[in-house]
Design a binder for this molecule. Structure first.
Ligand SMILES: [Zn+2]
Length: 178
């Protein structure tokens, strides 16, 4: 369930079973009460500000992993997407594997008699020669499709690598993210 909290005031979230979750804006951040009414227990979600072109932007600090995030999700407690759904990161791995397979297949189709290693993904398809008998236009279209996939894979790979490094840094007690 998605909760987009306005950072400047509290909200009351109503469940379909009639229960309510109230969130108040306090000095320290957002206060989420827990337990029975009147009891002053709960937890605080801290906010962080960053400067953007037109003023300030608010972020939530996930109460579980303390990462900065734009949205909080509700699954028992409020937390960021990674904490609520640990499968999220493995989606990247699934996509990376899919892209690798797909790129290799398309390369083999376009260059069935390649004199270079089409399954080696450390080199790109940009400067590969046109196979004999292929029309230039067809060749360029098919080649571009492969290059686009290669670029998507590279970006995603880089993103995953950074996420992995940041996890490692947090484990070592370094609060700053790359
Ligand atoms: Zn989190």
């Amino acid at each position: 369930m998605l909760v987009a909290l306005p950072p400047d005031r509290g909200i009351v979230w109503k469940y379909s079973n009639g229960k309510q979750l109230a969130i108040f804006r306090g000095k320290a951040g957002l206060f989420v009460p827990k337990g029975r009414k009147g009891q002053n227990t709960g937890y605080v979600i801290k906010l962080e500000q960053t400067t953007v072109t037109f003023g300030m932007r608010f972020w939530y600090l996930c109460p579980i992993c303390h990462r900065r995030c734009a949205l909080l999700y509700l699954a028992g407690d409020l937390a960021c997407r990674r904490c609520v759904n640990p499968a999220y990161e493995s989606q990247n791995t699934t996509r990376l594997n899919y892209l690798a397979d797909h790129i290799r297949t398309l390369r083999k189709q376009l260059w069935p008699e390649a004199n270079w290693n089409t399954s080696d993904l450390s080199s790109g398809s940009q400067y590969r020669p046109k196979p004999k008998g292929k029309h230039w236009r067809t060749y360029e279209t098919e080649q571009q499709r492969i290059i686009d996939l290669e670029q998507e894979r590279e970006r995603l790979w880089f993103k995953s690598a950074i996420a992995l490094l940041n996890r490692q840094r947090r484990k070592n007690g370094d609060s700053k993210s790359l």
